[in-house]
Design a protein around this ligand. Structure first.
Ligand code: B12
Ligand code: SF4
Length: 470
């Protein structure tokens, strides 16, 4: 089979990805490894498009694809995937379309009813390989026997097969096909490529707004031996930077410490970054120091809020004090901090909301803020649905820029407050100067954030006057 693995056709909200473009779609490289050979695979990364949505039709034609399979973690991308999938099937009769990732795993029927042929549910490597063998006519299972897929029966009804058991050992898994991914530029070494690595699946915490605990359930670690082997391969392949896709790096502190010791001992240091909990940085300064020596240059910390009540309400298991300490420790070690914040959580008062930009700017090198959103699959989503407090189920409204709660606050006021605080950040002279200078990694990320914010605003404004580019 000739298989195209693709990211979602770009939509205007994806311009905000521009901030962190050095994350290639690792899921696609991992699924490619699971099936190739014998299948021939091509990866198309639409998320890299800035001025148009995609050019999938040409790729399908030129590659002679039998299957197009999309990755879809973010629910707002579901409509464009469903629409393009319908158009592709019309243009290329016989083409099979597949989707995998978070949103379709939580809502498989929605995708099958919209016309996609198969959904691969949750963890995919084994399931996808079995599905491809079945489609190639070589498998020993019938469609209803393949665990972990959803499909359409002869009456046009969606059928969701039982879930597949999760992998318990990642060591035998093939290395992701990084050779099929496009070039992603390094932030730390200009002109060199950057890549991604996965060392964990899942997160042991239970933040109310997050989908990760429900998606993966119990968290599972890759062994340090496997991670070291992958680091060695990444270095041999010429990458100068690697981003951890883990929900949370270093939840097992001792294991991360041992990994860093070994990276240093084997001379495998390479610039790396990823998501880290504030309490890990605050409580384990010695861990941050060794991570820094092993190559850590950048962390994404979910500070979320500087209000005690809001942190408690969202079950963040963190405090304002921890946020401050984490920032101090990371700064002392010279690690760049992207601080993620949420705006508009039900526990946040007006005063708390004002604090987000003030304290956020103080604690971070890069400030990011999203509207508090009950993402499909999160505990918050189920709670709000149960209580009938979500006025819209339009997938595109879940893009993290809309205020989706029915809680007595005016959604327009909330949106304006959100925009105002973003502007406060972007027009602050101490931030602007980095974008203009554009010399250090920090400058470069801030400059990219400006470009991304400008594109987002531009595309959104054009839509308001009826011009839809993507
Ligand atoms: C890297 C990353 C990004 C990169 C994306 C790079 C890329 N092109 O893929 C960047 C930085 C651009 C990004 C942007 C955003 N992201 Co992001 N991102 C991640 C992160 C950290 C890692 C994803 C990854 O590579 N995982 C490793 C792979 C191997 O795992 P996986 O993707 O789950 O894939 C497995 C299965 O899901 C399945 N599968 C997945 N896709 C497919 C496809 C096929 C065909 C098949 C068969 C199977 C399959 O098989 C894989 C192997 O088992 C995840 C958190 C996480 N740990 O996964 C958040 C995450 C997916 N992102 C999230 C969010 C919110 C965003 C943004 C909205 C942030 C923002 N405010 O701008 C945007 C939205 C972008 C978009 N439109 O999708 C949320 C999604 C929440 C939700 N339910 O909607 C997550 C879960 C983080 C979180 N903790 O909340 N993100
Ligand atoms: S927000 Fe972060 S710490 Fe909380 S459950 Fe999600 S991945 Fe884990």
């Amino acid at each position: 089979m000739r298989v195209i693995l693709s990211t979602a056709p770009a939509r205007y909200w994806q311009t905000t990805n521009f901030m962190l473009t050095n994350f290639p779609p690792l899921a696609l490289a991992s699924c490619a490894a699971a099936i190739s050979p014998p299948h021939e695979v091509m990866i198309v990364d639409n998320a890299k498009h800035r001025l148009r949505s995609h050019n999938l039709f040409n790729h399908v034609k030129n590659f002679g694809a039998d299957v197009v399979a999309f990755t879809n973690n973010f629910y707002p991308d579901s409509l464009i995937i469903q629409e393009v999938s319908r158009q592709l099937k019309e243009a290329f009769p016989g083409l099979i379309t597949v989707v995998g990732g978070q949103a379709p795993s939580f809502l498989p029927e929605e995708y099958i009813e919209s016309g996609l042929d198969y959904v691969v549910l949750y963890e995919a490597e084994e399931t996808f390989a079995e599905l491809m063998e079945f489609l190639a006519g070589r498998g020993d299972k019938s469609v209803d026997q393949i665990e972990g897929i959803a499909w359409r029966d002869e009456d046009g009804q969606a059928v969701v097969n039982p879930r597949r058991a999760l992998l318990q050992d990642f060591d035998p898994m093939k290395m992701p096909r990084r050779d099929l991914l496009p070039h992603y530029p390094s932030i730390t070494r200009r002109g060199y490529p950057s890549t991604a690595i996965e060392t964990v699946r899942g997160c042991p915490y239970h933040c109310k707004f997050c989908t990760r605990p429900t998606y993966w359930g119990k968290h599972r670690d890759y062994s340090n031996d496997r991670i070291l082997e992958e680091f060695a391969l990444i270095k041999r392949q010429g990458f100068k930077e690697v981003m951890f896709t883990d929900d949370m790096m270093a939840t097992d502190h001792a294991k991360m410490y041992a990994l860093c010791e070994e990276l240093i001992r084997r001379n495998l240091q390479i610039s790396f970054g990823g998501a880290l909990r504030a309490d890990t940085a605050a409580r384990h300064p010695e861990l941050i120091a060794i991570m820094r020596r092993a190559g850590l240059f950048f962390v994404n910390v979910g500070f979320e809020s500087y209000s005690r009540k809001a942190l408690k309400d969202m079950n963040k298991a963190s405090t304002i004090d921890i946020n401050k300490k984490a920032s101090e420790t990371l700064r002392r070690n010279g690690v760049l901090i992207l601080g993620s914040h949420v705006y508009g959580a039900p526990g946040q008062t007006d005063e708390d909301l004002a604090l987000i930009t003030r304290d956020g700017m103080e604690h971070c090198d890069f400030f990011r803020m999203n509207m508090y959103t009950p993402q499909v699959g999160s505990a918050l989503f189920y709670e709000m649905t149960r209580e009938g407090r979500m006025p819209s189920r339009n997938p595109e409204m879940f893009n993290q820029f809309e205020y989706l709660f029915d809680d007595g606050r005016d959604p327009e006021d909330m949106k304006w407050g959100f925009v105002k605080r973003q502007l406060q950040y972007y027009f602050h002279p101490s931030i602007l100067k980095h974008a203009i200078r554009n010399k250090t990694p920090k400058d470069r990320v801030i400059r990219r954030a400006y470009l991304s914010a400008a594109m987002f605003t531009g595309y959104r404004s054009l839509r308001k006057v009826g011009i839809e580019i993507m």
